[in-house]
Design a protein around this ligand. Structure first.
Ligand code: PEP
Ligand code: MG
Length: 324
């Protein structure tokens, strides 16, 4: 069994009926990047930069961030690296004093792009470091916790200005760095038609999307039954986002834990997903599951999936899809 999985490192990620699927890796350490590369990941779909800011008292400067991002880019030898701007807030324990302490509702507070915009020096330093790394291989910039169009417009403007500065200072950087949004706040998913034109790509963060859509804390054990992507509202919204993105020619991935669970692979394929971003530890299992799936058969079952009324209906659909 382990041997068989190991053999899949060199195999393409392709459904039984010949559809190629991209498997990107979520990474936050050197080890993750090395593993992603070894397993044949299509790229890094989510580089969580938070870890650079945790367990320390002073902020990493531009040089330190640049070296970290450049190393990831070099580590992936030409495959695209998606650098997510800082997603810190009172929900994560940082000691730099950056995030507010004791917010009454950390998950609904000053986190992600909200914090980056409130501390503009922070965003600019991070963007400078990331853009400098673009001189070493393809990068994309991903913005967490986007709620409104203005946030993307602001980051886009900063990227343009910082890019201009860096070129003037003699840095060789990419001509263009794609900008994407995490779709994890329900409002951002619902209002997407109004600003998708401002995005180059999208990444659906189901961990937070499920939390906010179902009003169920992702870390609260008492709500574990309720906290699940197998709710008709989640399925519907994920389907709509994927559909709209593809209709507008934009790439869209799912990068929440859901993408790394092989039980959900047929469901995501049925919803039209062709890009997954997952922890490298789950990459081969998901690749194996994709290779067992017949996309045409799954698509025929989408109407039944959309008729599901509750979790148990969706569970039954999933069980059946995994059985054949
Ligand atoms: C998500 O919310 O699904 C996600 C991938 O981001 P994080 O888990 O870092 O919040
Ligand atoms: Mg998130």
């Amino acid at each position: 069994e382990r041997k068989e999985l190991h053999r899949l490192r060199r195999e393409p990620t392709r459904t039984r009926d010949g559809h190629d699927i991209q498997l990107h890796a979520n990474a936050e350490s050197r080890e993750d990047v090395a593993e992603a590369h070894a397993l044949g990941a299509s790229g890094i779909g989510l580089y969580r930069t938070e870890f650079l800011f945790l367990q320390r008292h002073e902020l990493p400067d531009e040089e330190e961030q640049f070296r970290a991002y450049r190393d990831v880019v070099l580590g992936m030898s030409g495959r695209p690296v998606t650098i997510r701007t800082l997603d810190l807030g009172a929900d994560k324990a940082d000691r730099t004093g950056l995030a507010l302490r004791d917010e009454p509702n950390p998950a609904l507070g000053l986190r992600g792009v909200r914090l980056s915009m409130a501390r503009s020096g922070l965003l600019d330093t991070q963007l400078r470091a990331a853009l400098r790394a673009s001189g070493y291989g393809p990068i994309r910039i991903l913005v967490p916790m986007v709620t409104s169009r203005e946030e993307i417009a602001t980051v886009r403007t900063r990227i343009k200005l910082i890019g201009r500065d860096l070129r003037t200072q003699g840095y060789e950087i990419a001509d263009y760095v794609p900008l994407g949004a995490m779709i994890e706040v329900p409002a951002a998913a619902i209002a997407l038609p109004g600003y998708i034109g401002k995005l180059d790509f999208l990444s659906i963060g189901t961990n937070d999307l499920v939390q906010y859509l179902l009003a169920a804390d992702r870390n609260n054990e008492a709500l574990a039954e309720l906290y699940t992507p197998l709710h008709p509202a989640v399925i519907r919204l994920v389907r709509d986002v994927i559909r709209l993105a593809h209709a507008r020619g934009k790439s869209v991935a799912v990068c929440g834990e859901m993408a790394g669970d092989p039980a959900f692979t047929p469901l995501l394929l049925a919803l039209g997903l062709n890009e997954f971003s997952l922890h490298p530890g789950t990459l081969l299992e998901v690749r194996r599951r994709i290779r067992e799936c017949d996309l045409a058969t799954l698509k025929k079952r989408v109407p039944a999936l959309m008729r599901a009324r509750d979790r148990s209906d969706i569970e039954a659909w999933v069980a059946r899809a995994c059985a054949d």
